[in-house]
Structure formats: C-alpha cells, structure tokens
Design a protein around this ligand. Structure first.
Ligand code: PLP
Length: 401
C-alpha cells in the first residue's frame, strides 16, 4: 500500500471525508508548515496566525528551543514508565513549583486529564461525607465525563447523561450565589480565573478574592483551571498571579510544552499528600519528551523576556481594539489580558472569521459572538499591527451588511 506524499488541500479533504470521524468543523485548508506566527498551506499560501494551535503554541510554531530539546531527547530516551525516576521530570516539576506557589506536580497529557486529577484530589483530600464541587456557568474544563460535568454548559452535555454526581453550578461572578451553594457536602470550588471558551470573560476585581475567602471560611479547596491562562498567557507566569489570588490546586495543559502534548496539576504540598501510590496515574504523564519540551518552554519565556512582550502586546491590542470600539457600534466589548483577547460583537462572529481567512489571517470565534485571539507571546509588533488592520477591516465591513 502506498501513502501519497505530495499533498494538496482538496485531496486531504477527501481523505478526511473517507477516514476521519467528522467530530470537528474543519476549514478546507491543509496546513503543512509553521514558523513563529506564520503558517503555510499545501498550496504555498502563507497565513498570519493569531490563534496558533488553539492556544497551545504560545511561543509560535516550531519554537527553536523546543524543537532542539525534543530532537535531542527523542534520540536519547523516548519513554520510560512512572515506576522509575527521570531527572527531566523532576527538574520540570521544580521549575513549575518555583515559578508558582511552591507545590508539587502530577503530570498527564491534556487539560481534561489535569482537571480529572484535580477533581479526584479534591474528593480524596476532603473529610468524610464531602464530595460536591462548585463550578461556573459558561466555564469549560474538558470533554471526559468528570471535566465535562464540571463544564456548566448544557450544549456540551446533550445526549451524554447520566453525568457524574456532585457538581453544582453558580453564575460566573456571583459570590452570593456561590455562598448559597456551599453546604456540608461541598469540598471544592473550581474555576477558570478568566473564562476562555466562555468568551474571554475577565472577573471583577473582588470576585476571585471573594472565592478565596469563602474557600478558607468553609474549608474548601480552591482549584484554578489554568489550562488556557497558564504559562505566560496573561503576561504573568500564571493567571492567578495576574489577580493576586493563590489557589490550592492549579491545572495546566495547552501551552505547557510549547505545542507538544502535556498536562499537569500543581497542588500545595499538604493537599498533594492526599494522592498516594496507586490512587491515580497517567501512563504517558511527564514523559521525557514532554518534560524536555516543558522545560524549554519555561526557559524560553524567561530568557527572551516574553512576559514583558505579552504585556506590550496587551497594550497594542487594547489600543487598536478600543479605538475600533469607539468607532464601530458592532463592537460591544473589548477584553484583553496579556495575549488573551476577546472582542464581543453584537452579531455572529463566524462571517468575520471567514473574511479574515480569505485574507489569510487565522482567528477564532467562541460563544457565538466573541472574536478570540490567542496570539504567540513572540508575535512581532508588525505582525500584531497587520493582524489588527485585517481584523478591524473585516469587522467594519460586516457593519455594511
Ligand atoms: C482547552 C481547555 C481544557 C481542555 O483541555 P484539553 O487538552 O482539550 O483536554 C480545559 N480547560 C480549559 C480552561 C481549556 O481552555
């Protein structure tokens, strides 16, 4: 049997039609190569990518330090199980701990797995009879059944019941509602410090401190799902630092390994102690390749001052998009936290995404009306201005009909 090596977009679309389960809406474009914030299709067209890797490629496509680390590691040791020690996993955990609140790490391969670990840890750590977890409307925590139940969005639950027992939902931003939901069986509050999929929703300044206070009063764990806000996205190492509110447990994935699959849960040492041998596992979790990629990602962010770059990009996007809002009634709100950017429109955002794709700019629309950008921290000023030019024009043209 031969597999075609020359690819083109229409042949690839045909392959997918025949052999790949159609559980994603895909653009009819076959991407073959990437470098920084540029990506190319099989016809040789170049695109400016302001949504690289759905938030995973926080250092852009093929960051050289990650490429080098993975190439080196793959020729040295690809995988050994977690019955052995491996220095790279240990050093990775140390770096994450030192850049955050000093906890210990459990490694897995994705965001939903990191959240499953946090859900299990919350129940294992709780005193007898406590098992309920409060999560938030519009949140997103992943697609496996525990994380899916934590995801308080009915559209993702359709047809999948019965779900996991023990989750209760509060409106995002509503402290009084959270307080009402807490009872003798509650063990944790789990939240994204900024809702990503839910439309880049940034909470009011008193909300996360209020949750911290409630958690402390009632002996609950505060779990931050930082799968999207983590690893520099907000211009701080982690989203919790952006708000100055420290959780007990934090989950990471997406950008954690600079585009290589990887996930992690960090927990305060006293909490982590509740996870003992045999209670949880992930076969590929913390494997040497992910570990090397994870270390290279953190080192690149530090070495290249990318937290500063993200803060500069924050200002640039804020300036451009706020001035659009002032002049365009289609723009309802602009929300920016580092390189996490939402533009809420008064109408469906899908046609704007399509217009941008025609002009070779890759963006995303979430929650129907929110244009979402998750650009790389090392996006250049020229690329950012060019992306804003195209996006702003696409939005303004939508006003014309
Ligand atoms: C993407 C995402 C997840 C799920 O991550 P997967 O790696 O797709 O399982 C969970 N939480 C948040 C906040 C996310 O953005």
């Amino acid at each position: 049997m031969t597999i075609a090596t020359e690819t083109n977009s229409s042949a690839t679309v045909e392959l997918f039609k025949k052999y790949v389960i159609p559980n994603y809406n895909r653009y009819p474009v076959n991407l073959v190569r990437g470098e920084g914030s540029w990506v190319w299709d099989s016809e040789g067209h170049r695109y400016l990518d302001l949504f690289p890797g759905w938030g995973c490629n926080l250092l852009g496509h093929c960051p050289p330090a990650v490429v080098q680390a993975v190439q080196d590691q793959v020729a040295t040791l690809i995988h050994v199980p977690n019955t052995w020690h491996m220095d790279v996993q240990g050093r990775w955990a140390q770096l994450l701990s030192e850049h955050s609140f000093g906890g210990q790490a459990f490694f897995c391969n994705s965001g939903t797995e990191a959240n499953e670990a946090a859900i299990k840890l919350a129940r294992l750590h709780a005193t007898k009879g406590r098992y309920k977890i409060i999560t938030f409307e519009g949140g997103f925590h992943g697609r496996t059944l525990g994380s899916l139940t934590a995801t308080a969005q009915p559209k993702y639950h359709e047809g999948l019941g019965p779900l996991v027992a023990g989750f209760t939902y509060a409106p995002y931003g509503d402290l009084a509602a959270v307080e009402k939901l807490i009872d003798d069986e509650t063990c944790a509050i789990m939240i994204e410090p900024i809702q990503g999929e839910g439309g880049v929703r940034i909470p009011q300044a008193d909300f996360l401190p209020g949750l911290r206070r409630l958690a402390d009063q009632h002996g609950l764990l505060l779990i931050f799902d930082e799968v999207q806000t983590g690893c520099g996205r907000t211009g701080h190492w982690f989203g919790y630092q952006y708000f100055g509110v420290t959780p007990d447990v934090m989950t990471l994935a997406k950008a954690l390994c600079g585009g290589i699959a990887g996930g992690a849960m960090l927990a305060r040492r006293e909490v982590a102690a509740s996870l003992r041998p045999g209670m949880h596992a992930a076969t590929f979790g913390g494997n040497p390749i992910a570990a090397r990629a994870g270390i290279a990602t953190l080192e690149t962010i530090a070495h290249d001052n990318l937290l500063d770059s993200a803060q500069q990009l924050d200002k640039l996007f804020r300036r451009r998009l706020e001035s659009l809002r002032a002049n365009c009634e289609l723009v309802r709100d602009v929300r920016v936290a580092g390189v996490m950017i939402g533009v809420e429109l008064t109408l469906d955002g899908a046609p704007v995404v399509k217009k941008c794709l025609e002009r070779r700019l890759l963006i995303n629309c979430t929650h129907g009306t929110v244009i979402r950008l998750l650009p790389a921290m090392n996006l250049t000023t020229e690329q950012a201005e060019e992306g804003c030019d195209i996006l702003i024009q696409a939005i303004q043209e939508s006003a014309g009909g």
